[in-house]
Design a protein around this ligand. Structure first.
Ligand code: ZN
Ligand code: ZN
Length: 454
């Protein structure tokens, strides 16, 4: 066993020696070829250790033979100080320094330190719970390293990208005392040490809550002038707008200030008509704030800021921090959040216009108590659901035939809203009309997805 172990040791040193005789390599790039041979040391340390042993070996060689081995000169040419000092001590000429064959001299403690310092300075302006470091490695650097590994049969190396990101990540972790997060980091630092530049990618922040719209004639998201599409014209008094304000702006703009964000996107769970108010508990929404500097704000501050700015127009409540995952859920659920139907109904007698107006009046923003319809009882539990009807529009097609346009919350059984299902749905349309329905032709005409424009 001991003989085998020494053979392995000699093999490692021989490979390091052959590599350095073939190409000048910096500490990082030499150490990286042997990266998997120990834990808890940087590749630069590993490279230095190998260079140091080869320098000592050179010293012994010189003592025994009186010759200066080539490897000592090559070591000195990589800028390795102990090799230079040893050559000086032996009163030998110091060779000219050449840059690292693989990285071209990009990987140095000083350069890495400088980029980390700039990144850290900028990061000080942000609140974040975790981060991730990414990097870009030029293709020719990779090619040279791959080729070298093939030629020298190296199977103990680490990927250069991992080397760089791990090194920078560890330094930032020490400074900020926050962990590296791979799945969902608050901030991604793209550090390119080859061009000595970096970029911060600050991931968005999500806040969920409910809004109530306390006034009519206001859209959920900006509604541009239909004549000029936002450019501004005589018709819109050069505002470019059909309506001066929107729910999304009344919530988003104060949030931008509170979170020092660059922009926002408003996502509502469905959407009401411009002339409809939102009352009760309100409509769920998720606000996506892009590039926020603040992440740890007490949400009651945002609630207060919005509710003061938008007093009498919009009110928000029940704010909580949310996530991209919840936004996906909100988007997936919103098809069932509201639907618009068209129903052509034949009644058992003539209906007059006045009765139809009564229906429209009665079914404006009203909550329906609906017990599970008899026709689905076999598949669904028997219980009472409360579903909202946003509006019913009625148009007479013939003496006893009426076309309805109904917008309602997902999950409402619309046929039963019309015929009442023997009193299991209250209130219902036939009852208000004072007629019985004979035939109902129903179709969904619109499924509303949430607005994604901010
Ligand atoms: Zn290098
Ligand atoms: Zn206009």
């Amino acid at each position: 066993m001991p003989a085998l172990l020494s053979e392995k040791l000699i093999e490692i040193l021989n490979t390091a020696k052959k590599l350095l005789l073939a190409h000048p390599l910096c500490d990082y790039c030499l150490g990286r070829q042997f990266s998997s041979l120990c834990y808890g040391a940087g590749n630069d340390e590993k490279g230095r250790a190998l260079k140091l042993i080869l320098t000592m070996w050179s010293f012994i060689w010189h003592k025994e033979s009186g010759e200066i081995p080539e490897i000592l000169i090559r070591l000195a040419s990589t800028g390795f100080k102990p090799a230079i000092k040893t050559l000086q001590a032996l009163t030998e000429e110091i060779p000219e320094q050449s840059s690292c064959y693989i990285c071209g001299g990009a990987l140095t403690k000083r350069k890495i330190g400088e980029i980390v310092k700039s990144v850290a300075e900028e990061l000080r302006e942000y609140e974040f719970r975790n981060f991730l470091v990414g990097t870009r490695v030029p293709a020719d650097v990779r090619e040279r390293e791959d080729e070298l590994r093939a030629v020298f049969s190296i199977d103990t190396g680490e990927d250069i990208k991992e080397d760089i990101t791990r090194t920078i990540g560890a330094m930032l972790q020490r400074r900020f005392k926050v962990p590296v997060e791979y799945q969902n980091p608050d901030i991604v630092i793209l550090a390119d040490i080859f061009s000595e530049t970096y970029e911060l990618q600050v991931n968005p922040l999500f806040i969920k809550g409910f809004y109530r719209k306390l006034q009519k004639n206001m859209p959920q998201t900006p509604w541009y002038c239909r004549y000029c599409w936002g450019r501004g014209c005589e018709k819109c008094n050069y505002t470019g707008r059909e309506y001066p304000e929107s729910v999304s702006e009344l919530i988003g703009e104060p949030a931008l200030k509170v979170f020092e964000a660059l922009s926002y996107k408003f996502h509502g769970a469905g959407r009401e008509d411009v002339d409809a108010m939102v009352t009760g508990t309100g409509r769920p929404f998720i606000l996506e704030l892009k590039h926020p500097r603040k992440r740890f704000v007490d949400l009651s501050i945002l609630e207060k800021a919005v509710n003061e700015c938008a007093r009498g127009k919009v009110e928000i409540s029940s704010l909580e921090y949310s996530s991209r995952r919840e936004l996906r859920i909100l988007k997936n659920l919103s098809p069932i959040a509201s639907k618009t139907y068209e129903a052509v109904v034949e009644f058992d007698g003539d209906v007059d216009e006045e009765a139809l107006r009564r229906v429209e009046e009665r079914f404006k923003d009203v909550v329906i108590n609906q017990r599970t319809p008899r026709r689905v009882l076999r598949r669904r539990a028997d219980k009472v659901r409360q579903k909202k009807v946003y509006y019913v529009e009625a148009k007479k097609l013939g003496g006893n035939i009426v076309k309805f346009r109904i917008k309602a919350q997902g999950g409402l059984y619309v046929k039963e809203l019309i015929d009442g299902d023997e009193g299991r749905t209250e209130p219902h349309i036939a009852e208000v009309l004072g007629r019985r329905s004979l035939k109902i032709d129903l179709s969904v005409v619109e499924v509303e997805y949430p607005e994604t424009k901010g």
